[in-house]
Design a protein around this ligand. Structure first.
Ligand code: HMG
Ligand code: MG
Length: 285
């Protein structure tokens, strides 16, 4: 049987949240619609976050209302608190994501609270989602390096991943937020996390600042991970992680996985149309 890998497309959210100029709502919708036709099953569309913090995502409700949904695609959104969750429900999101950090500095700078406070804030979101039957994904940022605190201890990543799993997250996405992790760091981090969360519940989320994202995906594959986040045309970064480049490009991951014999279900020709359009939206370098 062919081994399959899920690609979780995060370009419309992780990519476009970081563009310096305003992207028209209609273009965001067009990008999601192009991606929907490629065979992807998971698309992170937008964030229901404070518009003061991330003005690029201020049109979250309009984007969700404008996309043409396919029954076989899940449309995910980020929800930092109950207010965001209510927005996600009103927008009929297929799933929501809560996002924590393994480092205190990034937690403070990204969501304005400590790690412990963030977990307290996420618990009612996870419960509300459970009650509403909406799947919840969890993120752990700064799994190897933090732009504010330096190197992250693997045990700190494991602790947050375990807490998110205990809240009922169906999957924990491990984020190399600033794209500086080495394969050795990812190996050590995964060894610690896999003691508390199984590989079937983990995803890799690698930004590609240092050009090591593919190596880090390979290390993750060797540890049994079969879901990776990536961004069409490599769009993106994080507004609260200075210097971070975009996620590894989905088309690069696709080529790499296909060459290794993994099945992704994505049509490369249809995907290249989305890449072409996404590239026209890129305004940041
Ligand atoms: P805060 O300032 O501590 O909280 O922000 P607040 O409750 O005082 O809210 C501030 C203002 O935002 C208030 O407005 C709220 O009403 C409003 P005001 O009263 O001043 O006019 N507000 C909201 N508006 C819309 N939707 C909401 C919402 N909540 C409050 N849900 C907060 C705390 C968490 C809200 C803020 O820090 C925030 O929104 N942060 C989000 C930052 C973000 O989106 N970062 C990028 C995504 S994370 C990422 O990219 C990493 C990832 O890719 C993985 C990786 O790479 O590692 C996932
Ligand atoms: Mg990210």
């Amino acid at each position: 049987m062919t081994d399959s890998v899920t690609i979780f497309e995060v370009g419309p959210r992780d990519g476009l949240q970081n563009e310096k100029t305003e992207i028209a709502t209609k273009d965001k919708i067009k990008l999601v619609d192009l991606l929907s036709q490629t065979g992807l099953r998971k698309i992170e569309v937008t964030s229901f976050v404070s518009t003061k913090w991330v003005p690029q995502m201020a049109d979250a409700a309009q984007v969700m209302a404008g996309i043409q949904r396919r029954a076989d695609v899940d449309y995910a959104v980020l929800t930092p608190n109950l207010r965001g969750f209510e927005g996600a429900v009103a927008a009929d999101a297929s799933e929501v994501a809560i996002f924590a950090s393994a480092s205190e500095g990034f937690s403070q700078n990204n969501i304005n609270c400590s790690i412990a406070e963030s977990l307290e804030r996420f618990a009612p979101v996870a419960k509300a989602a459970r009650d509403a039957g909406i799947p919840v994904r969890g993120y752990v940022s700064c799994i190897a390096e933090c732009p504010y605190d330096g190197a992250t201890k693997p045990a700190d990543v494991a602790k947050v991943a375990k807490a998110l799993a205990a809240m009922g997250c169906y999957e924990i996405s491990l984020g190399d937020t600033i794209g500086r992790a080495t394969p050795d760091q990812i190996d050590a981090m995964l060894t610690a996390v896999l003691e508390v969360v199984p590989a079937t519940m983990l995803a890799g989320h690698f930004h590609d600042t240092s050009g090591r994202a593919i190596d880090n995906i390979d290390v993750s594959l060797a540890h049994g991970l079969r879901c990776f986040d990536s961004s069409v045309a490599g769009l993106g970064g994080c507004p609260y992680a200075p210097g971070a480049a975009g996620n590894i490009a989905t088309e690069t991951v696709l080529r790499h996985l296909t060459a290794q014999g993994f099945e992704t279900g994505i049509d490369p020709n249809l995907f290249s149309q989305a890449v072409e359009f996404a590239a026209t939206l890129r305004t940041s370098k």
